[in-house]
Design a protein around this ligand. Structure first.
Ligand code: FMN
Length: 210
């Protein structure tokens, strides 16, 4: 308990990264595993995690992210994307994944497939896209905590032009949309934000028992 609260107080939304400090392979592997283990509704993981390695591309992304320096200075730049829609073949692949891993008998697999399709394919397209977007925020929350627990910094970012980013990366053709940017790396000693006291509502304001 104490360790979790310490981790959460250690983290803050870094404004200035130390461009010379890079993540180790081990740190990156932990971060990827945390993203992979993110829960999602029905377990269908309608997400894609894109790491942008090209410095030139990161410069272009910075321009459509209100010139926020973290985009280029952090060790890594992650884009959390969600799927724009879900079709029958996507669900078939998911059923195959689950039944393959769990060795499900065929009759149960058929029932599972029908259950998924009945629930998900019936949803209007206009509901599916925002539903998938919400799953991206679950990944973000888990990522922020994971990073803090290994003393790696991360900045959640909605401050970018998602339409322009999707065009730049050709995401729509891949049935994807960008939801969040997340620079990941190490805070600069010059980032004054690290010295600010956290601002949160009090327990009395936030919690209610009924
Ligand atoms: C969804 C989301 C979007 C955010 N977008 C940005 C952003 O574009 N740029 C930025 O510097 N901080 C961004 N922030 C950071 C918040 O301003 C910050 O988390 C909040 O003020 C609380 O401070 P703390 O994270 O340092 O405790 C974002 C945070 C969240 C959760």
């Amino acid at each position: 308990m104490k360790k979790i609260v310490e981790d959460l107080n250690w983290r803050y939304a870094v404004k200035q990264y130390d461009a010379n400090k890079k993540l180790s392979t081990e740190q990156l592997d932990i971060i990827k595993e945390s993203l992979r283990l993110t829960p999602s509704a029905y377990g269908i993981q309608p997400l894609k995690f894109i790491f942008v390695s090209s410095p030139a591309l990161r410069e272009e992304i910075k321009e459509i992210a209100h010139n926020q320096g973290q985009v280029v200075d952090a060790s890594h730049l992650l884009i959390i994307c969600s799927h724009k829609s879900i079709d029958e073949s996507y669900l078939d692949n998911h059923v195959n994944l689950v039944t393959g891993i769990r060795n499900t008998p065929p009759e149960r697999a058929a029932g599972f497939s029908e259950f998924l399709k009945n629930n998900i394919l019936k949803m209007p397209d206009s509901d599916v896209e925002p539903w998938n977007v919400r799953q991206a925020y679950i990944a973000l929350g888990q990522l922020l905590h994971t990073c803090a627990s290994i003393r790696v910094d991360a900045t959640p970012m909605e401050g970018f032009n998602a339409k322009k980013l999707d065009e730049l990366l050709g995401l729509e053709e891949k049935n994807l949309k960008s939801v969040l940017l997340c620079p990941i790396g190490f805070r600069s000693t010059e980032d004054n934000y690290q010295h600010l006291t956290k601002v949160r509502k009090t327990n009395e304001q936030l919690f209610e028992t009924i």
